[in-house]
Ligand binder design. Sequence first.
Ligand SMILES: [Zn+2]
Length: 320
Amino acid sequence: MKPSALKVLVCPACKGGLELREATYRGDEVLEGHLECRGCSAAYPVRRGVPRFVSAGGYAGSFAYQWRHFRSVQLDSLNGRDESDRSFRATTGWTAEDLRGSRVLDAGVGAGRYAEIVATAGGEVFGIDLTEAVDAAYENIGERAGVHLAQADIFAMPFREGTFDRAYSIGVLHHTPDPRAAFARVAASVKPGGSLAVYLYRNPGPGRYGPDLIRKVTTRLPLRVVRALSTVAVPLYYPYRLPLLGKVLMFVGPISLHPDWRTRWLDTFDWYTPKYQWKLSHPEVFEWFRENGCVDIEIAKEPIRMRGVRAGTSAPAPAR
Ligand SMILES: [Zn+2]
């Protein structure tokens, strides 16, 4: 954690300012210590470089496990590909120029694949995650300039409303108990005139019955068992690629068909483990943007990638 994060972080309970106490440092990074609220005196620990506003990952526990075991698979800087970059652009439409000097929220940072893109472009990114996935993110990008991470709940974020120039949540809100309410929180964190972008699963209609049935079993199995079972996606890639048989297999029990075997394994695990996996429609997500005061709503590529701008003009930015 960088002490400069304290100009933005607040107590999630009362939105009071926070004070850093008993800090131990490595260079400029606060590794351990605690944050005390000036308003309600609540205390939040800083552990392993990350401020912790929640103590356990709750319903999203599978992601702590996932990013501990697949920490480096999706980071462009570590795998030599540009897939995260392309997915980020396809969802947000934001260029490196848009991001430079911009204060950005990553709601559901995971191992940091998208936060890395913001930081590389010269933006200041605040990445939150409910789970210990933040430890994977910290290991990947935590000490980079412009990166701030926190373990926090999307429904009780350690930020005041209207804090960010931009906010995105890519592949996350459908894993919360209430995606529409989570969307409203993320939208509220964006200042008037700021931009908001999300990626969500789309409801495939009858195509959801097979996988939902399998998920009824897999979401109850120990994670290490599903991780082992997910390795079948590695060789099954070949029969699943056959013209007719492949279509039938995908309908009944979809697996990732990513050409990279590690990603195939990870994405298959990612599909069958989260407790919540809502599938949405374009009209309902469009409505979320409208009911949260967004204009210039754009619908990008499949599955659901949508972005908009919060109406109104921003007051002059406070000194940073
Ligand atoms: Zn407080």
